[in-house]
Design a protein around this ligand. Sequence first.
Ligand code: NAP
Length: 175
Amino acid sequence: MSFTTYYTASSLDGFIADAKHSLEWLLSRKNDSSGPMGYDGFIAEIGAIVMGANTYQWLLDHDPEAWPYEVPAWVVTHREFETRPGRDIRFTSAPIPDIHRQMADAAGDRKLWVVGGGGLAAAFAEHGLLDEIIVSFAPVTLGSGAPIFPARQELRPVEVALNGELTCARYEVVK
Ligand SMILES: NC(=O)c1ccc[n+]([C@@H]2O[C@H](COP(=O)([O-])OP(=O)(O)OC[C@H]3O[C@@H](n4cnc5c(N)ncnc54)[C@H](OP(=O)(O)O)[C@@H]3O)[C@@H](O)[C@H]2O)c1
């Protein structure tokens, strides 16, 4: 079974985007992508990714031409998005276990990344298909926004690190 991680960044009060879907509160933070628990080491182990429609829309809105991922991607949605030539992006409303199976086949020995949002990560956990949550906490509270994980889930803390302004924590999902 492919190891599946929800790697995200959050405000201290548990929001991964503010009420206007902005990430300005996060993107301005000092951190080292090659430092402790940073993005570079993380992405090197990833073989397939999955995200929800709002996360995909955010990427489109911020740079319609850019696509920062080299591995196959699944976008879970009921909306009609345009296909993008040269990008391996699969739009789907299939059941989560089917998506997970397709991702595992594509990823081989590498890990699967649930990019977000929180509801999608919780749906993977509900099916027993989430192994780990890694959160980089920014030093700010937002008061409202998109929740990091809108479900109850027991976790086991396994690693913490300070990376610039971000406090990073790795948790194993207790199944
Ligand atoms: N801080 C970070 O590191 C980070 C990381 C990722 C995302 N974000 C941001 O956080 C926000 C996340 O938005 P969000 O919480 O609304 O989550 P989202 O998962 O990006 O979008 C929710 C939509 O995705 C589809 N979807 C998600 N789970 C589904 C499921 N199990 N089955 C069927 N469809 C599903 C549905 O789209 P349809 O309406 O098409 O059915 C749903 O309305 C975005 O603004 C994003 O940019 C931040």
